[in-house]
Write a protein that binds this ligand. Structure first.
Ligand SMILES: CC(=O)SCCNC(=O)CCNC(=O)[C@H](O)C(C)(C)COP(=O)(O)OP(=O)(O)OC[C@H]1O[C@@H](n2cnc3c(N)ncnc32)[C@H](O)[C@@H]1OP(=O)(O)O
Ligand SMILES: O=C(O)CCC(=O)C(=O)O
Ligand SMILES: [Zn+2]
Length: 456
């Protein structure tokens, strides 16, 4: 693969200045930007509640010792997340100690802990030094019957008691209904309205089982926006692959805070991933997202967490997947080389990353090969490059060619053309020359020019 520079039209293929002006104008009208009519939308005005150290600890593979938790908290803080949510200090003695230790780090991000809607948990939480407490209780009939066994009257009464207590300590408090999308709408709205009236800082909606679709998310958040004056947080599981789309829709409907975890880790398949959400919001408003977050840190944070929980970064991960900025098909490669915005909505350089064009395969085209010819500073006409491209495709029909293979083809082709040994279209002649080159490289053990010594 060949790394390709920023917006430099490497080959200037068919480029005219008029085309470039038009392309620039098109780029300036970002079709993904929020529309001005969306007065409710917070797509360019949101906060991230990063829950790798709470929801993420519920991922089956997760065990974070104190040192790892501190490293993750510091990295998230340096990235610029607004809040870091920690496991309940009621979970274990070490969880409580870790919560206290992270509160003492003096991070810019506000530190939250996440508790059951219960005074015992609240009393422990407020003593840890956190900036706020996220209180949750299930409101769906499933959870009321099979989890905690409490009815809505009890839930409301306890919520008021816990919220009043946490507020009396001068720290933030959020009340959330677990399994919101399978809860009765009247129950939900009435408890949210009650807690809003007593001054809760945020209410939270949770798609606990990952069943909601964007339209349902829009409707619920939009309705809630009309009922409460406080901030609205949303927590979205990814069981049906909707977590990023649902988060975006929630912001459009007026949500103010989105829960994320690094790589989306959490219960089952987890929640809205930090990187994927950032990619989606960057597409809508790159300047806002670039100004708010230290984007080049994303890869480092994902590597840190991936290593801690012993998983690989998925190949199709937005931004950091290993082929996120690699372009392959000839049609794509030509356009990318002229202007990367043709096939890229995210700019790799904004994330400290590089774009690549893959050349050594049968879907390649002469424009991509030409860019490599120019990088190698070989002097070939367009017709000669097309001829060499035919050769690369023939070879790639048998197996994918490494960059070294491609470079060898181009160098051998170039020297044969210069010396007059090869005429345009002489495929058989070129095969012989290539074989001779490879045989002599093998016999000399010659690895120069990145040529792989393979038997002919
Ligand atoms: C959807 C979510 O992810 S919510 C967050 C989940 N997070 C956690 O569970 C944190 C880690 N959990 C733990 O360490 C433990 O479960 C603890 C310390 C919270 C509780 O442990 P235990 O007392 O042994 O109870 P256990 O886990 O078996 O059952 C949960 C208890 O909390 C009650 N409960 C469950 N949810 C809630 C809630 N939101 N608010 C109040 N009580 C609740 C249940 O009724 C049950 O009570 P019981 O002891 O009377 O049966
Ligand atoms: O506290 C919340 O809002 C969400 C809790 C949770 O993890 C869930 O419901 O999946
Ligand atoms: Zn969750």
């Amino acid at each position: 693969m060949v790394p390709v520079g920023e917006t430099r039209p490497i080959n200037g293929v068919n480029g005219t200045s008029a085309n470039q002006v038009q392309a620039t104008q098109q780029q300036q009208r970002n079709p993904y930007a929020p529309r001005y009519a969306d007065f409710l939308s917070n797509v360019s005005n949101f906060k991230i509640i990063e829950s790798t150290l709470r929801e993420g600890e519920q991922f089956a593979n997760a065990f974070f010792d104190t040192k790892t938790k501190i490293a993750i908290a510091k990295a998230l803080d340096a990235f610029g997340v607004d809040y870091i949510e920690l496991t309940s200090p009621a979970a274990s003695e070490q969880s409580r100690l870790d919560c206290e230790a992270i509160c003492k780090l003096g991070l810019k991000a506000k530190i939250l802990t996440h508790i059951r809607c219960h005074m015992d948990d609240a009393r422990i939480a407020v003593e840890t030094g956190v900036d706020g407490v996220d209180v949750v209780i299930g409101t769906s009939s499933f959870l009321r019957e099979f989890s905690h066994g409490k009815d809505m009257n009890y839930i409301t009464k306890t919520a008021i008691e816990v919220i009043t207590f946490v507020k009396s300590k001068g720290i933030e408090v959020r009340f959330s209904s677990e399994d919101s999308f399978r809860s009765d709408l009247v129950d939900l709205l009435s408890i949210y309205q009650t807690v809003d009236k007593i001054g809760v800082n945020r209410v939270g909606i949770a798609d606990t089982v990952g069943c909601a679709n964007p339209r349902q998310v829009y409707d619920l958040v939009r309705t809630l926006r009309g009922v409460v004056g406080c901030d609205i947080e949303i927590h979205l599981h990814n069981d049906t692959g909707m977590a990023i789309a649902n988060a975006y829709t929630a912001l459009e409907a007026g949500a103010t805070h989105i829960d994320t975890s690094v790589l989306g880790i959490g219960e089952r398949v987890g929640i809205t991933p930090l990187g994927g959400l950032v990619a989606c919001l960057y597409a809508a408003n790159p300047e806002y997202v670039k100004a708010k977050y230290n984007l080049p840190m994303l890869r480092e944070i994902e590597n840190l967490v991936a290593e801690a929980v012993e998983v690989n970064i998925p190949f199709m991960n937005p931004i950091t997947g290993y082929c996120a900025f690699t372009h392959k098909a000839g049609i794509h490669a030509k356009a990318i080389l002229n202007n990367p915005s043709t096939y890229e909505i995210l700019k790799p350089e904004d994330f400290g990353l590089t774009r690549y064009v893959s050349i050594g395969h049968r879907l390649t085209g002469w424009n991509a090969v030409k860019s490599r010819v120019e990088q190698l500073r070989l002097d070939l006409t367009d017709d000669q490059i097309k001829d060499a491209t035919t050769k690369i495709k023939e070879l790639a029909d048998v197996r994918t060619q490494s960059m070294e293979d491609v470079d060898t083809v181009l160098r051998v082709y170039h020297s044969a053309v210069i010396s007059g040994e090869l005429k345009l279209g002489d495929s058989r002649g070129f095969d012989l020359l290539l074989k001779r080159h490879r045989d002599s490289s093998v016999s000399r053990g010659d690895l120069t020019n990145g040529t792989v010594p393979v038997a002919a």
